[in-house]
Design a protein around this ligand. Structure first.
Ligand code: DGJ
Length: 731
């Protein structure tokens, strides 16, 4: 076993190194665990950046003769509240008498030769790749509480996995009122902060700004990670997409989270990520423990593309269910925008026939197939096939599709219940609600109480039964509202534990279903990308990232989502025009190119197409089938940003950079542009590449430095596709 983690007893220093990154901590005064470095791999470290400490007014310390060693300005690994550090803490504990003072000291460490398995939370998976975990224990001898800080490093990844566990070793109950997964103290150096913001149909928008003094905070208290502010934060100074240092963090979690950045009085920066402390507390009885979700810390010296690729490879290697890692996903046709709720046997049969004729591999029956679900107002929870719409049931359709070698998928929204259903009549106590107030409706539906084991069992049994009896190969798991009344009618725990317990319930359900049915492809959806986060990805390998399929808006959504998520995690559909969300009419080529840049599907009426349109679609599907391995399993590079230009461009390559597909979207036509010029960096500079359409040959260095000139045709929203194949090394 190659050691990636070292402890030096002379200097009391912990260091984690692999070929890409280093992460260094020091214990000072035999008490405090101090952060020293996180970034590009160092050959060795000799405290060059250790600050020269000085006494400061207002600073307090345990030893009055050593006020220069005050927690007020020490860079902590895990800052604890009320320990002399007035910045935002990462841990806060309340004793029985409501006192919140604790004093944690460094105690010991251990090193484990693998990644750690968190029983009830999604986590970085141990694989063949060499991994080591360092656990550092801090202890409060008065309160008898232990904090265990875990750091996992893999041999080839620049991602460090952090989490925190609290062990109550005392005889008394305590309340955990805050526990972050990671906190990093560093210096302010004119960096910029990048986060996401968004809403339904406009997910994963990029937000980059200067860092002011004070606290910058994003998060969710909606019971889901939400499209508003997904858990991600990056720090960069002069980084571009291609160059420069980027430090980024995310959280393997799908519920209420918090991401904080504090610039303090001494120009120190503190980055934090974890459970949202405003909606969280946890009772810890004697002997109890609480484990935080894992945070992922990624560093790249190759700009935002480098940082994204680190996450992409990490998610593919250590997060998604391993069975899906190298499997291309089925090319599907989804019924939603063709029929909405108006599905029936005849239409779905026609859809299967058309799918067969055109070359689709799976037909997905979206919403509307169960107990008189004719609008969003009814039927959720009564998962019984609507026999008026499907007189013979759905199974014969699945069998019909199977005969044609076509898979069948079914839509579910298992976490919800509509008001006038048999389910709610039979189990009013299963609704998430407080005892005093009528719960709010969202999309005419209530949320089920997933903390209740009976509800968990009901959901597992319902979905299992559909898989078993209908033999479906794909489930679209939707979730279309957020949680307004987070309380369980079981009353068996405090309300502030609710949101986290809901997510644990959800993870339990997804875990059982995906381990029982490893070959069923589960697609995550929450009105699109409303709960697209690394936690969901651990169970469901792909997500319908937005309900918005418009040829312009999708550029930003896909570009933004790719900051964190690999292409294999995203699905995109070619839909009809005028677009159902924006009413815009954009060419088929542009819409097809966008969907082809994900796990592709279609979502339109394909049953009454003209022969010409059929031919176009058949060709498109064929082309995508030939390219999808490269697109979804190779490397992805962003080239031009739709957030700051009239263009959007990206490139897919195989790992050896022998083949590349580049898409260049140009939105508004500008008369002054004689032709378009796109620079294509990253290819092997000393090799020759042939454009497989024009048959022209270019060197990699020429494509990177001179760029490639493209026709500027007169329409708005055009796209160019360039396919490059390496032919030989340049002499
Ligand atoms: C929201 C999803 O995002 C849509 O794709 C569709 O499945 C509807 N729900 C169905 O109600």
């Amino acid at each position: 076993m190659k050691n990636m983690i070292h402890y030096c007893s002379q200097t009391s220093t912990f260091s984690l190194h692999n070929c890409k990154v280093s992460y260094i901590m020091e214990v000072i005064e035999e008490t405090y665990l101090i952060h020293r470095y996180w970034g590009k791999r160092l050959s060795s470290y000799h405290f060059s950046n250790r600050p020269i400490l000085k006494k400061r007014t207002f600073a307090a310390a345990p030893d009055n003769e050593k006020l220069e060693v005050s927690p007020e300005f020490l860079p902590f690994e895990l800052p604890v509240a009320h320990q002399g550090d007035f910045r935002n803490p990462a841990v806060q504990i309340e004793h029985k008498n409501s006192e919140r003072i604790t004093r944690f000291h460094y105690q010991r460490y251990e090193i484990i030769n693998k990644a750690i398995d968190l029983d009830d939370l999604p986590h970085a998976r141990d694989t063949e790749e060499l991994a080591q975990t360092l656990i550092i224990y801090l202890f409060d001898p008065i309160a008898q509480i232990e904090l265990a800080l875990s750091y996992t490093i893999f041999e080839n990844s620049p991602v460090i996995v952090r989490s925190t566990k609290v062990n109550n070793q005392s005889e008394k109950s305590i309340k955990l009122t805050k526990l972050f997964s990671a906190s990093v103290d560093t210096s302010y150096d004119d960096q910029l902060v990048t986060t996401f913001y968004g809403t339904h149909q406009k997910e994963y928008q990029l937000n980059r700004s200067a860092i002011q003094h004070g606290l910058f905070k994003i998060g969710s208290s909606r019971g889901a990670s939400g499209p508003q502010y997904p858990p991600y934060l990056a720090l960069s100074k002069e980084a571009t997409e291609n160059k420069g240092d980027v430090h980024a963090m995310t959280l393997i979690y799908s519920g209420n989270h918090e991401v904080l950045l504090e610039r303090d009085q001494y120009n120190h920066l503190r980055l934090q990520i974890g459970l949202n402390s405003e909606t969280f507390s946890w009772q810890l009885n004697p002997g109890d423990s609480f484990q935080s979700p894992q945070a992922l810390l990624s560093h790249s010296d190759q700009g935002f593309n480098g940082c994204s690729q680190s996450f992409h490879h990490f998610f593919a290697d250590h997060l998604i269910p391993p069975i899906w890692k190298n499997q291309v996903r089925p090319l599907l046709i989804n019924s939603w925008e063709m029929t909405y709720y108006d599905v029936n046997e005849t239409l779905i049969k026609q859809l299967i026939d058309a799918a067969d004729e055109l070359g689709f591999e799976t037909v997905v029956l979206d919403d509307g197939w169960y107990s008189q679900r004719n609008s969003s107002k009814t039927s959720l929870g009564d998962w019984v096939i609507d026999h008026e719409k499907f007189p013979k049931g759905i199974q014969p359709l699945v069998a019909y599709a199977k005969k044609k070698n076509i898979g069948f998928g079914l839509w579910f929204e298992p976490e919800m219940v509509s008001p006038e259903t048999t389910l709610i009549q039979q189990h009013p106590e299963w609704v998430m609600r407080s005892s005093n107030y009528q719960p709010l409706l969202g999309r005419s539906q209530y949320v089920l109480d997933l903390t209740n084991r009976e509800v968990q069992r009901f959901i597992i049994d319902t979905v299992s039964q559909a898989i078993d009896t209908l033999d479906v190969s794909y489930i679209k798991w939707d979730m279309n509202r957020h949680m307004t009344d987070p309380f369980s009618q079981l009353h068996s725990f405090e309300a502030s534990e609710y949101s986290h317990r809901y997510i644990l319930g959800l993870y339990r359900i997804m875990n059982e279903l995906t381990t029982t049915y490893p070959n069923v492809l589960f697609e995550n959806c929450s009105s699109g990308g409303g709960r697209l986060d690394p936690g969901m990805l651990y169970y469901f390998p792909q997500t319908w990232i937005s309900d918005n399929t418009d040829g312009k808006d999708r550029q930003q959504i896909q570009y933004g989502a790719s900051y964190l998520f690999p292409i294999s995690a995203m699905t995109g559909h070619v839909s009809d025009v005028p677009n159902h969300q924006t009413n815009r009419t954009i060419s088929f080529e542009t819409r097809a190119a966008l969907a082809s840049s994900t796990n592709m599907g279609y979502e339109m009426n394909i049953t009454d197409l003209s022969p010409k349109k059929k031919e176009i679609i058949r060709d498109h599907l064929q082309e995508y089938k030939e390219e999808r391995k490269l697109i979804t399993q190779g490397n992805f590079y962003r080239l031009l940003s739709p957030f700051s230009s009239n263009y959007c461009a990206w490139m897919f390559t195989d790992k050896g950079m022998e083949q590349a597909i580049v898409y260049v979207f140009r939105n508004q036509y500008e008369v002054y542009e004689l032709s378009l010029l796109i620079k294509i960096p990253f290819l092997k500079e000393d090799c020759l590449y042939k454009d497989s359409v024009t048959e022209q040959v270019y060197s990699g260095s020429e494509l990177a430095n001179c760029g490639l000139a493209l026709e500027n045709s007169k329409d708005d929203f055009i796209v160019h596709k360039i396919k490059l194949v390496q032919i030989e090394k340049e002499l």
